[in-house]
Write a protein of this length. Structure first.
Lengths: 247, 247
């Protein structure tokens, strides 16, 4: 209970800090503009004559790729650069409580951005009769995937004091995870790695798990996949921060 | 109240703190002197639980910081070097966050924040963003954070560094006012501070304690009767008589 309160205090501060600076607004506007542009202008939402959000969700992994690392790069890198990490970690809070508080704050922040795309649901309902179950499922999948991106971004941010490095590293890791099953990526490994390794890398990909959720299929394995990616990255963040030698 | 036993910290091949032992009781103000890089900050970071010691132990109020870090952190108020604080927050918002993580709720929280603001004379800037404050105010804001929960142990890393003479005087006065009911450690490399506020002083050089005693005793052991010369003698000499003073 007390552990939860501690995490909650960290969570609240982190979430507030997004809105205390222009970060939140730039991020939200960027996210909405980019996902709107991709959906309407690139995949031609209206011309498709289909009342579903497939072209909308299709772009989410790519929009996240750019924007989630930007939203998470400061999580720990900024604390390390300014030295506030020394304050935070000498408070009666365990490291795990602090890590979880920050993770959920960043995840909720992204979720708020995703929630602000609701007009597109209303538009689709106005124009046709979409399957709302599929749409809900797509949102759940998208938010779970965002959680995985956030966790990767937080790990990258814990590794450095530079937000730029955190941004680039998390973008690269996310890109690798996104494209892991794609032939040009797997061919990087087929040359020298055994087949099981290539398959393992491909199995780590974000994309297939998101695609099935996007189609309205709730498979426990997909949910378990995203939760394990998050758990792994959170544990990684804990290890990295515990082993830092200074601020 | 606070006991440090044979504390050692290694960073790879470098031994930054080489077996430091001392204790501080209630009502004592211990001055922690030494040239830059002597290991003052590292020692303080180990006591406050920010860095784990390589060996040895730090006990605060009977709790070992390695085994019960949260219990120790609850007893300590800590002012880190350079007074870090979240720059996007207001003074009040920052102190409320600290009160939150320290488990203060409702009325207790409001009054703790008010008292800290009053004690550190921050009334005029309480709604100002910390990033816009001058160095002296920032220092006092971080000081307010350290005394917010009325801790039994107060650890301050160069609390007067970078302040003008008036501000230095204010900070020293605040430390003096509180010293009766607390165990305090103040690190500094300003020797006049020792006479102004400390009941006892330790000189540390290259990770080892080279002198430990009341300011008057230290002065008596100085060849010229001045602290400054003792400091120079103990911390400049690489070997020989400096090492015999150890302990």
């Amino acid at each position: 209970m007390e552990g939860f309160q501690n995490s909650l205090s960290v969570f609240k501060r982190e979430l507030k800090s997004y809105f205390e600076s222009p970060v939140a607004y730039v991020f939200m506007v960027g996210f909405l503009l980019l996902s709107g542009f991709m959906t309407f202008s690139v995949t031609r939402f209206f011309e498709r004559q289909a009342a579903d959000l497939q072209p909308f969700f299709f772009w989410h992994p790519w929009v996240y790729l750019l924007l989630v690392p930007a939203a998470t790069m400061g999580l720990w890198a900024e604390e390390r650069r300014t030295g506030t990490i020394e304050l935070l970690l000498t408070m009666p809070v365990t490291l795990m409580q602090a890590v979880l508080g920050k993770f959920f704050a960043a995840w909720l922040f992204i979720t708020l951005g995703v929630a602000l795309t609701f007009p597109i649901v209303i538009t689709t309902c106005y124009l046709g009769n979409p399957d709302l179950g599929v749409i809900l499922c797509g949102y759940i999948g998208s938010i779970l995937m965002a959680g995985a991106y956030v966790a990767v971004g937080m790990l990258a941010s814990a590794m450095t004091r530079s937000q730029v490095i955190a941004f680039v590293v998390s973008l690269l890791i996310c890109l690798l995870l996104l494209l892991a099953g794609w032939p040009p990526v797997t061919s990087l490994f087929t040359q020298w790695a055994p087949a099981w390794f290539v398959e393992a890398v491909a199995a780590f990909s974000f994309s297939p798990h998101f695609e099935s959720l996007q189609r309205g299929v709730i498979d426990l394995r997909d949910i378990a996949y995203y939760i394990s990616v998050m758990a792994f990255m959170i544990a990684g963040t804990h290890v990295v921060l515990e082993n830092r030698s200074a601020a | 109240m606070l006991e440090v036993r044979d504390l050692v910290k290694r960073f790879g091949p470098i031994e930054a703190v080489k077996g430091v032992s001392f204790s501080v009781g209630m009502g004592e103000v211990l001055g922690f002197l030494g040239p830059n890089g002597a290991g003052k900050t590292t020692t303080m970071r180990m006591i406050t639980g920010f860095l784990p010691p390589s060996s040895g132990a730090a006990l605060v109020g009977g709790h070992d910081v390695a085994r019960e870090p949260v219990a120790v952190k609850r007893l300590i108020g800590y002012l880190p070097e350079n007074a870090p604080a979240y720059h996007s927050m207001t003074v009040t918002g920052f102190l409320q966050f600290i009160a939150d993580v320290r488990g203060l709720r409702g009325k207790a929280k409001a009054s703790a924040v008010d008292i800290a603001i009053q004690k550190c004379r921050l009334e005029t800037v309480r709604q100002q963003t910390i990033g816009t404050l001058s160095k002296g105010y920032r220092q006092r804001t971080c000081f307010a954070q350290a005394i917010l929960h009325n801790p039994q142990v107060l650890i301050m890393d160069e609390p007067t560094d970078g302040l003008d003479p008036n501000q230095k005087h204010t900070v020293r006065q605040m430390i003096k006012d509180m010293s009766a009911e607390k165990a305090i450690i103040v690190s500094t490399h300003i020797l006049e501070e020792v006479d102004a506020i400390c009941t006892r002083a330790i000189i540390i050089s290259q990770g080892k304690i080279v002198a430990n005693g009341k300011p008057a005793e230290l002065r008596a052991s100085s060849p010229t009767g001045r602290l400054e010369d003792l400091f120079r003698k103990l911390t400049l000499v690489e070997s020989g008589d400096a090492r015999t003073k150890e302990g």
